[in-house]
Design a protein around this ligand. Sequence first.
Ligand code: MRU
Length: 367
Amino acid sequence: MRVKINGETRELWTLWREGVNVKIIDQRYLPHRFEILTLHNHCETAEAIREMAVRGAGAIGVAAGYGIAQAALEAKEWKLKDFKAYVSKAANTLKNTRPTAVNLFHAIDRCIKAISSGSVSERVASACAESDRIALDDLEASKKMGEYGNALIGDRCHILTHCNAGALAFIDNGSALAPIREAHRSGKRIFVYADETRPRSQGAKLTTWELQQEGVHYALIVDNAAGHYMFRGEVDLVIVGADRIAANGDTANKIGTYEKAVLALENGIPFYVAAPKMTFDIKCPTGKSIEIEERSSDEVNWVWGVDEDGIYRRVRISAEGTTALNPSFDITPAKYITGFITDVGVIKPPFSRSIREAFHPKKDKGN
Ligand code: MRU
């Protein structure tokens, strides 16, 4: 992504690997502070995922893959038996960071599979190569989602999005924001409603920052204003991202997505989910089998931001001693979803069949 930092324009990925080090744009301080954080080993990478310094399904998948490469490099001088035990323990550490976004699990499994044979040095090389491939696949998937999604966007379209499914949630471009960027770049005069997305405010902090950098016209709205604009006929299209999509199309995404989908159907507005193949989990038959992450009540009781003097601080917004519940995601049942914008095209209902056919096409028996 192209970012303007202190008047200087730079072309950056959300995260990348430099040998054993992983570099990330630290998303905890945006839009107020732009910082690149260096993660020196797989434990620091796991912590960065848990603490959401790196976040968004695609980005945490890539980070987890890099984490396996780091673990392999950390153990590169060891005997094969010890190397295998170390990497397997690292895989567990990385898997125990965030439970909902399936990209994380798919990336770790891909790297582990890639290092299932060979000498220690061959396995180290394979872990690095596979983790780099995951990042490039993520990049390519975002480009494709941008192209396929752009075809659904008309000139002067008003689009609502939730949370941040942008470049920061992937290596670059994003899922839900990829079609929006593509539409804007192709000259369409679009307007975006960005939901604030409490409690961590990824919409307010990250989506507004990305849209501003891109030059897209947008307005930030509080989470409960979406129905108001839909009822007034001011939203033409909803595009959101996803953290895990079950075999029947039920979709886990940031808390608050479900109610936007219900409102969209009620108001006759198309509701699209943009996600790459890595986010589909055909082992989950329905949304009921998707684990929903519960995060600390502190994220609800307190908010971070800058005060009038530009000092970054945390303030409490609830009565002291308040119990707050903090489910990080919800499930949008497939019946509310108009289609999936994926890297292989737009998938339409009936989803149980179309998802299977898109990602697991039957082999031609003649060959
Ligand atoms: O908790 P986060 O910020 O990692 O969750 C991200 C989301 O849920 C986004 O909405 C996004 O759609 C999925 S990431 C592409």
